[in-house]
Design a protein around this ligand. Structure first.
Ligand code: HEC
Length: 111
């Protein structure tokens, strides 16, 4: 029993790292955590705004992933960001990957 728990804990940690890698590989070039050379809102601003509108994890993940899947000006909850930076380009990732990235963003306290 103990071994099973250890294995589950390890798998969970690996899965968390995997989601972080997906985010770092695909989003952070535009959504940085600092204010330098901004071409898009920071991930901190995005997370704050999405949590304000969708405080529950399930809703947060659903709305964020679907929006990134098909960026759409009318459905945006960050209209000022579109005026400032133009609409985010469509990246062509599948929805499962985007849901995993959205979970990571919800769970992570960015500094
Ligand atoms: C090529 C640059 C670029 C990349 C790569 C990028 N974004 Fe964006 N993103 C933007 C810009 C610019 C905006 C601001 C304008 C807007 O909201 O459309 C934005 C806005 C957003 C928003 C706010 C949506 C709203 O309601 O307006 C979310 C959420 C988001 N990005 C998530 C992501 C995620 C997750 C990834 C990685 C899978 C990602 N972005 C990758 C440029 C990028």
């Amino acid at each position: 029993m103990k071994q099973i728990l250890i294995i589950l804990t390890l798998l969970n940690a690996l899965y968390a790292d995997y989601k972080e890698l997906l985010f770092n590989g695909n989003c952070i070039t535009c959504h940085r955590t600092d204010e330098l050379n901004k071409s898009a809102p920071t991930i901190i601003e995005i997370r704050k705004r999405y949590i304000e509108v969708f405080p529950k994890k399930e809703e947060f993940v659903k709305h964020l992933s679907q929006w990134v899947y098909r960026p759409n000006e009318e459905k945006s909850i960050m209209q000022k960001a579109i005026q400032e930076y133009k609409l985010m380009p469509e990246l062509g990732y599948d929805i499962d990957t985007l849901e995993q990235i959205a979970e990571f963003i919800y769970e992570k306290e960015f500094m």
